[in-house]
Design a protein around this ligand. Sequence first.
Ligand code: NAP
Length: 323
Amino acid sequence: MLYDVIILGSGPAGLTAAIYTGRSRLSTLVLTGDALGGWVGLTDVVENYPGFPEGVKGPELIQSMQQQAERFGAKFELDTCTAVDFSQHPFRVQAYGGEFQARTVVIATGNSPRKLGVPGETEFTGRGVSYCATCDGFFYRGQEIAVIGGGTSAVQEALYLTRFAERVHLIHRRDCLRADAISQERAEQNDQISFIWDTVVSEIVGQQTVTGVRTLNLKTGQEELLPVSGVFVYIGSVPNTHLFEGSLQLNEWGAIVTNRAQHTNVPGVFAAGDVQEQILLQIATAVGSGARAAMEAEKFVAELEHRAYPERRGSFIVEDEEN
Ligand code: NAP
């Protein structure tokens, strides 16, 4: 099936692109990825997206965006892109459910949690190690857990986890947080959160499930075993671009390189949101880049049609002149 636009990913960037291309009457398919909404779909409350003075639940925001895109005709497939071929036009997009063709592609595949890379992390993932407080926090009611990282995600999720856990140890490799000021203030005022500064986790230990983390204080060299039953890792993210290695230009961190109009180095392929080079990883910026990518896709399709139907182009020009 040939679409004007195939959008890969269903976070705020992809959904915004779908709203815009749908409204432009382009046939639009969104391949959602594993779940609708990316990170935002797993976020408890979003407080800094304009228009919601009391904040908005992440899944609610995503659902509204999807409904808005569907209203303008965008189609959604709960499917994941497994391969792309940008060497021929129309482009080929392979998903588990079949192959699609597209005149343009908007890549909004977002990013994934960065891994710690210490012994025990892989072994205990799903058995005490988690990258999603919203998904797994409930399992740690009344328990003692660790959150690793010092950014906004780590601090916000540590705060969220205090709803369930009795104590949350926030382990950070430096002696000050990178998180936004309001999250820091809230965490400092929360009696259930204790900070372990200048410290890294060197191993996650356990038997059937996690029983603790081995920590190393980078200033004193002191090693300790901290007994916890859960470890939530929030140490940043890596762009989801492995499918595009070799076909698109990526930067040194693996993010897709675009110009200011979201063009990648392949004409007709655009990128938006956290998967591309971004200074700020925010919903507000993802939405802006999704809109830009969509408008550029629309221009690209319009130009293709002019090339494909020169006689139609002529008639448009005459009509324009008459008007
Ligand atoms: P981040 O800001 O990049 O913070 C990552 C944290 O992990 C930093 O504190 C970093 O330490 C630490 N870290 C990195 N690698 C590590 C390692 N190997 N071992 C131990 N610690 C490590 O990532 P983020 O918190 O995911 O936030 C990403 C972006 O999303 C930010 O722009 C943030 O503002 C935004 N965000 C926004 C919201 C919101 O607005 N609602 C919520 C969450 C995130 P250093 O500080 O020492 O570098």
